[in-house]
Design a protein around this ligand. Structure first.
Ligand SMILES: Nc1ncnc2c1ncn2[C@@H]1O[C@H](COP(=O)(O)OP(=O)(O)OP(=O)(O)O)[C@@H](O)[C@H]1O
Length: 280
């Protein structure tokens, strides 16, 4: 299958096997700039493994990942991040002992490393020299970065701003998930992968998260979303992809895939109707 000309992310034949199990089975996917595509499917369908393959956390046994026309298959997570792809994790990952601000600054530093001169030995020395010689400008740069991070944290109202110096471990679960998203945004990604951003959230928190994702989409960010809450998927997605046992079994507008007999069968077959309903 040829790559679509306006495709930002293109997966071709992406495959990952664990022993006898094919967790991701020859997946083709195209994501255009500004699109929001959701991936749904029963537990164990291969959604998170697919995210791991795109973000360099795991390597495919076959197939390719290309981003903005460049082959990024098998690159390290750091390289993928500096290319402009950020992600969040299903169970949320923050540095518990770091403050909210420092957690978010990590995202910004990953981005800034990407624009530093690519001279491996001279680079850091030069950097140190400049830091010693021009402390005022370095301080100003640090201050500018902090202001930028505050603007990102302000997307969550006072929820994170009022806790900016608190260690992440002291935050509620929902706030830790928000910090993770803020850190991903600090990377200024062109593609954002969200793995169940509302998992474990109550209806109010879920509605807030949905509004944030809608806002990011309206700003033109390209988003790949794994989500079990079907109502949210239906509201936000330009297109929905359904996976089951590693394979893509359906793709199209939300309403179309929701009524697809193959999709209903996959969910019922895995006894997941209850999880879906309670989550929706
Ligand atoms: N590192 C691994 N080693 C062995 N098997 C794995 C590994 N990672 C995932 N799997 C298996 O691959 C399959 C797909 O898992 P994956 O987590 O990608 O599914 P998922 O669709 O994200 O499910 P969920 O909705 O529960 O998060 C599962 O059967 C899982 O047990």
């Amino acid at each position: 299958m040829a790559e679509r000309p306006n495709s930002m992310l293109s997966l071709r034949g992406l495959t990952r096997r664990f022993g006898g199990l094919t967790a991701v089975d020859a997946i083709d996917l195209d994501l255009a700039k500004g699109e929001l595509v959701s991936i749904i499917g029963p537990n164990g369908a291969g959604k998170t493994t697919l995210f791991n393959l795109v973000t360099g956390l795991d390597r495919p046994d076959a197939g390719t990942v290309s981003f903005e026309g460049q082959d990024v298959t098998g690159l390290s997570p750091e390289r993928i991040a500096t290319e402009g792809i950020a992600r969040t994790f299903q169970l949320g990952r923050v540095f518990g002992n770091l403050s909210v601000m420092d957690n978010v600054l990590i995202g910004a530093h990953t981005r800034l490393r990407a624009v530093k001169p690519a001279v491996p030995v001279i680079g850091p020395l030069l950097e140190l020299g400049l830091a010693l010689l021009r402390p005022a400008s370095v301080k100003a740069e640090e201050e500018r970065l902090r202001e930028e991070m505050k603007a990102i944290l302000a997307r969550f109202g006072e929820r994170l701003l009022s806790r900016i110096d608190q260690p992440a471990y002291s935050l509620s679960y929902a706030n830790r998930r928000r910090v993770e998203i803020a850190r991903a945004l600090a990377l200024k990604p062109r593609l954002l992968l969200l793995d169940e951003p509302t998992a474990g959230m109550n209806p109010t928190e879920t509605a807030e998260m949905q509004a944030l994702v809608a806002e990011l989409k309206a700003e033109g960010l390209t988003i790949l979303l794994i989500e079990h809450k079907l109502e949210m998927v239906m509201r936000l997605s330009d297109r929905v992809i359904v996976m089951d046992e590693g394979k893509k079994i359906a793709e199209g507008p939300g309403e179309q895939v929701r009524s697809d007999p193959k999709v209903i069968e996959a969910y019922l077959g895995h006894g997941l109707a209850t999880k879906q309903e309670s989550a929706a």
